[in-house]
Design a protein around this ligand. Structure first.
Ligand SMILES: C[S@@+](CC[C@H](N)C(=O)[O-])C[C@H]1O[C@@H](n2cnc3c(N)ncnc32)[C@H](O)[C@@H]1O
Length: 235
């Protein structure tokens, strides 16, 4: 997965750029921005960056990027008291704290601010290893040291959110990008049925079950996903 020698792998900025291109004057929100690797490589007339710990000077960035706003706060603080009540975005990228609880809250908080034909990208829903799926980052480092591993990939248990959406967000349709590290692309389109699961079953899903029950991910190549989102935008 996500090896540099695989030219077909779609990187984060490419995913966001292709989705922004579906809208005339796109408004973009990114939760979890870090160095700005994605945020500063995508263009939109209106961009909002949220991160409690930017790895760059947000004031200098705001001066250099008119049209971009930087909020050095957690996503909860942003959605709880900063975002305008009527503010709407076309593309939202959720890449903040990688636990299923936080990402679920980010998703539910983002939905009222997604225009009806907008799209949400959720990062890191397909951990490549058990190690990468550990929800607690401190434990991740300790287990990694115990294993003598140098693998830096950490995705937490965000993968459980896909099963949650599948079962509890019937008004949303989603696909997981098969030709990158695993991002869920979510948009409003109701589904005729859901897969029955209890909250308990989703909460206690294991990496082993995730690896063996991949159907729920709806793995799809990114090009096909863009076609489906475009059809929904143009409907
Ligand atoms: C994987 S990085 C983001 C990478 C970035 N989206 C990109 O594509 O280059 C995750 C970021 O989430 C931020 N973060 C952690 N907790 C957060 C929270 N509660 N709300 C928003 N961002 C958070 C971290 O500070 C970190 O910079």
């Amino acid at each position: 997965m996500n090896q540099p020698d695989q030219p077909q792998v779609v990187r984060r900025p490419v995913v966001v750029r292709n989705l922004l291109a579906l809208y005339e004057q796109p408004r973009y929100l990114e939760i979890g921005v870090c160095t700005g690797h994605t945020f500063h490589q995508v263009e939109a007339p209106y961009k909002v960056a949220v991160d409690p710990e930017f790895r760059f000077d947000p004031e200098a960035a705001a001066r250099e990027n008119p049209g971009s706003t930087y909020h050095q706060v957690t996503s909860d603080e942003y959605f709880g008291s900063i975002v305008g009540e009527d503010e709407q975005f076309d593309v939202v990228f959720l890449d903040g704290l990688h636990t299923v609880e936080q990402t679920l809250r980010d998703l539910t908080n983002a939905l009222p601010h997604l225009q009806p034909r907008g799209v949400i990208v959720i990062d890191d829903v397909a951990p490549p290893t058990y190690l990468a799926s550990l929800p607690n980052r401190t434990n991740f480092f300790e287990v990694r040291r115990h294993l003598g591993s140098t693998d830096q990939r950490w995705m937490g248990d965000v993968y459980k959110l896909v099963y949650f959406i599948d079962t509890f967000f019937q008004q949303l349709t989603y696909r997981t990008i098969s030709n990158n590290h695993g991002q869920a692309v979510v948009w409003r389109d109701r589904r005729t049925s859901v897969t029955e699961r209890t909250l308990n079953e989703i909460g206690s899903l294991t990496f082993e079950q995730f690896a063996l029950e991949q159907d729920a991910l709806h793995l799809t190549r990114f090009g096909q996903i863009v076609k489906e989102v475009r059809a929904s935008v143009e409907r």
